[in-house]
Design a protein around this ligand. Structure first.
Ligand code: SAM
Length: 349
């Protein structure tokens, strides 16, 4: 039970190690982080009993940048047949759980294993419920089984309200056929990630106004328009006709880094591919000077020191808002739909 397993996008294992090691040091949880390149996961091995649990309790999953999912536990080797008996025996050391997710890693091997998981889930669930190891209760920990192969599984636990909101942290969002670009899913995922569903009607309402910097052809504008907002779309490139036909979009061919609205708006979103420091500076001025109340902005990651650079920029934002004496909530995640980038969400409180 002394390992913390963290899922991530393949290629970002080093960032997860750096991030979790930094938090562990701050929380004085002894141990070390390890990973293999492109394995889509990292582990933090705690040297003391209860270390992994302490680490999870001291952290908010939603505040972590690179991990997509996490669980504390350990590996169990499985036989070719009757895996369920072995799992039941291993679970004797675990508390009764309130929900069950079967997960795989985001690798080719993982994708192949997902069919096995789909078939295995129903009989396992039945056996766990029959044995009293699983009940329906969201206040109890979630049992997360990450299969590395049919013969090896990480038997993990995580609090349902302090872990990924989707299995493996991967949303199943349907691409809306009428949207002008696939990146529309990035903003939709950002909203699911950063805004509790029950607040969508007030925080993404049709009485609001938004600005989309670097808007063309309009995938992000499409999301704002879908919520009924009046949108100013800034880009030298052309916007999709279908969006312009809604009458909700004003298209300005100006520079997104210098243009500011005459009146404050509710939302600013920005998907311009630029140096991350430049996009962070946009956040600083738009939120800091009160041009918008909430913002979603992508930060393209540098080639090296990706975690360190994101931390540096976030820290700079925190310091700038503190100096201006304004309260701002800052969150940053590498979303499933992000590639070499992370998505920041800021909200003036
Ligand atoms: N979010 C868009 C969507 O969902 O369809 C895609 C945006 S695309 C990744 C980046 C856009 O930023 C390009 O259309 C580009 O023309 C625009 N862009 C780049 N530099 C800009 C600037 N300084 N001001 C405004 N737009 C800019």
């Amino acid at each position: 039970m002394n390992t913390l397993l963290l899922h991530c996008r393949p290629g970002f294992e080093g960032e997860v190690c750096a991030e979790i090691a930094e938090h562990a040091a701050r929380l004085e949880v002894a141990g070390y982080a390890k990973s293999k390149p492109s394995s889509a996961h990292a582990e933090f091995i705690c040297s003391e009993d209860g270390g992994a649990q302490r680490l999870m309790q001291g952290l908010k999953f939603s505040r972590l940048i690179f991990p997509r999912q996490w669980a504390r536990g350990g590996y169990v080797q499985l036989p070719e047949t009757d895996r369920i008996s072995v799992l039941l025996a291993s679970l004797a050391a675990y508390p009764v759980c309130g929900s069950l997710w079967l997960e795989v890693l985001d690798t080719n091997d993982g994708k192949e294993l997902s069919n096995f998981c789909k078939k295995f889930e129903a009989p396992l669930r039945k056996a766990l419920m029959g044995a009293g190891r699983l009940v329906e209760d969201t206040s109890k920990p979630r049992l997360l089984l990450t299969f590395k192969s049919g013969r090896e599984v990480f038997l993990g636990l995580a609090e349902a309200n302090n872990s990924a909101i989707w299995p493996m942290g991967i949303p199943r969002l349907k691409f809306p056929r009428e949207a002008p670009s696939r990146s529309t899913l990035k903003l939709e995922e950002a909203w699911h990630t950063f805004i509790p569903r029950e607040q969508w009607d007030t925080r993404l309402s049709d009485e609001m106004t938004g600005v989309d910097l670097g808007a063309a052809p309009g995938g992000w504008t499409y999301q704002l328009v879908k919520r009924g907002m009046l949108v100013t779309a800034i880009d030298n490139g052309p916007m999709a006709e279908s969006l312009m036909d809604t009458g909700l979009v004003q298209h300005l061919m100006v520079d997104g880094f210098t243009w500011k609205p005459k009146q404050p708006v509710d939302w600013m979103v920005c998907d311009i591919v630029e140096k991350p420091a430049r996009n962070a500076a946009l956040l600083e001025s738009w939120i800091g000077e009160g041009h918008c109340r909430e913002a979603v902005v992508n930060l393209k990651l540098p080639m090296k020191q990706r975690y360190a650079e994101v931390r540096r920029l976030l820290l700079r934002l925190e310091e700038s808002f503190a100096a201006r004496k304004i309260r701002v909530s800052i969150a940053c995640k590498q979303l499933y739909h992000d590639r070499e980038e992370v998505t920041c969400h800021l909200r003036r409180l």
